[in-house]
Design a protein around this ligand. Structure first.
Ligand code: BES
Ligand code: MN
Ligand code: ZN
Length: 498
């Protein structure tokens, strides 16, 4: 995507479409007021007739507006005056984009960036615009044989700014938004691909391809034999029933000298049947999304290498398929993790933590400045927080705050969660150092506590993204979350925010 900024009156700019907004009770936004003046009250007339409304979600696409250079004017509802926040802004941009998605518009100028939006400066408004337009244009039809939905020709986004001093911020925000959109789109593609295509081997190939021809990025893939040598008995117990070989994918991005890296670990269960503790059949197809943690950290890696951030980041993805078979791990089996701690596998469906614990132990060798794992870990997390916010856990108060703040700034929300005793005590086993499930109650918390037993001495954070990684129902599909949250976190660490 290309982008430009402009301080000129939007009525006088040539564009295939200009996006303006009106508030409830008929107040015109800055761009709309300009269009209305240039067209001698055309918009006010349409407000009177009810064709234009300030209701969020409403949109009218006008053509041949008198006195206006743009071919189309998309007028969207912005809600009550003075109450717009980042979510409302993104919703308005998405509404306008969807309304023109079937047209031949190649270039769109967003004038909503002239509106006041809570906690958003020109940088974030530009970034939200580019992210939202790219996300609204996303299609996944590579598996369809017939007629595919036509790709929208839109390739250039204009950002209206109030003063020339904002232009630089907006340009930076647009560049970052473009990088994030690329990572989000990759994460969505990986999530949406079926498990018979997106296998551990496929994920490893994608990671290798990202690194090829990129001087700052390297990828190494460990085989099951290598994992066995490392003593990863916990990870390997999950793949015991599968025919697809497991992979441990390790990516290094070196954007800054010798400083310690941020390590991102992503759960890569390419399909989760539950294993011998088999899941019910209804909706099981959605367990192809159980590698969305992996997709998000690979997506974030694609973003930061595209943006050439001055930071060191390492990605570790344990990739496995969780299948039942004669060779699968049984409930009650005891396995030895790479850390030396033994685990009683009381439920083979609590497999995410079994692969993550060995990936976390393995990551110690990189001496992380901070290590953050991302996982579609528990159904209990969906019960706790629904589909809006991911759960944020940490053994370090300031890291938890940092992740929470990153989610808020990126409009990719999370919520801080508790850990420690007495939750951790729920993992006691009569036969091994710990059990892999914590019994009834607090399932997302006890899962985090399990991982916490492998992160002593590291500054560690954990995002349970079970509720936010994909949508179910008619809109079924991967969301690309939390690529934006992770990128925001890394942008801040790299000192790359304005
Ligand atoms: N991948 C699932 C978690 C999940 C379930 C994510 C539904 C999104 C929607 C995970 O591997 C799992 O099966 N967890 C179990 C844990 C339980 C056995 C303690 C769960 O949540 O039911
Ligand atoms: Mn499971
Ligand atoms: Zn799972």
């Amino acid at each position: 995507m290309k982008y430009f900024t402009t301080t000129s009156n939007v009525s006088r700019r040539a564009a295939d479409c200009v996006i303006v907004g009106v508030y409830k009770r008929g107040k015109l936004g800055t761009g709309a007021a300009d269009i209305d003046a240039a067209s001698k009250g055309f918009l006010r007339g349409l407000i009177k007739s009810g064709d234009i409304s300030g209701e969020p979600g409403r949109v009218a696409v006008l053509t041949a507006v008198p006195g206006v250079k743009a071919t189309r004017v998309a007028v969207v509802g912005l809600g009550k005056t003075g109450e717009m926040n980042a979510a409302g802004f993104r919703k308005a941009v998405a509404t306008a984009t969807r309304a023109i998605a079937h047209t031949k518009a190649k270039q769109v100028l967003n004038a909503l960036t002239l509106e006041p939006v809570a906690n958003c400066d020109a940088y974030y408004l530009a970034r939200h615009t580019v992210e939202t337009i790219s996300e609204s244009l996303y299609r996944f039809d590579q598996m369809k044989s017939g007629r595919k939905s036509p790709a929208m020709p839109l390739h250039t986004i204009g950002l209206a700014v109030l003063k020339s001093g904002d232009a630089k911020k907006a340009a930076r925000g647009a560049a970052h938004g473009d990088g994030i959109a690329a990572g989000v789109s990759l994460a969505k593609d990986l999530g949406n691909l079926p498990a018979n295509v997106c296998t551990p081997t496929y994920l490893a190939r994608v990671a290798k391809n990202l690194a090829s021809g990129n001087g700052k990025l390297t990828t190494r893939v460990l085989s099951e034999a290598e994992m066995k040598k490392l003593g990863m008995g916990s990870l390997l117990s999950v793949t015991a029933g599968a025919v697809e070989p497991a992979k441990l994918i390790v990516m290094h991005y070196k954007g800054a000298g010798s400083e310690q890296p941020v390590v991102l670990v992503g759960k890569g269960v390419t399909f989760d049947t539950g294993g011998i503790s088999l899941k019910p059949g209804v909706g099981m197809d959605e367990m192809k999304f159980d590698m969305c943690g992996a997709a998000s950290v690979i997506g974030a890696m694609a973003t930061i290498s595209k943006l050439k951030l001055p930071i060191n980041v390492t990605v570790v993805v344990p990739a496995v398929e969780n299948m039942p078979s004669g060779t699968a791990t049984r409930p009650g089996d005891i396995v030895k993790s790479m850390s030396g701690q033994t685990i009683e596998v009381l439920n083979t469906d609590a497999e995410g933590r079994l692969i993550l614990c060995d990936a976390l132990t393995y990551s110690r060798r990189f001496k992380p400045a901070a290590i953050i794992d991302v996982a579609t870990l528990t159904g209990a997390c969906v019960v706790a927080l629904g589909n809006h916010r991911c759960a944020i856990y940490s053994n370090n108060d300031s890291l938890r705050e940092e992740l929470f703040g990153a989610g808020n700034a990126a409009e990719d929300l999370g919520w801080p969660m508790p850990m420690g005793e007495p939750y951790a005590a729920q993992l006691k086993s009569n036969f091994a150092d710990m059990a892999n499930i914590g019994g009834s109650g607090g399932g997302s918390v006890t899962a985090a506590c399990f991982l916490g037993k492998f992160t002593d001495g590291m500054v560690w954070g954990h995002l349970d993204i079970a509720g936010v990684a994909w949508k179910s129902g008619v809109e079924k599909g991967a969301s690309g979350r939390p690529v934006s949250l992770l990128t925001e976190f890394l942008l801040a660490r790299a000192g790359a925010l304005p």
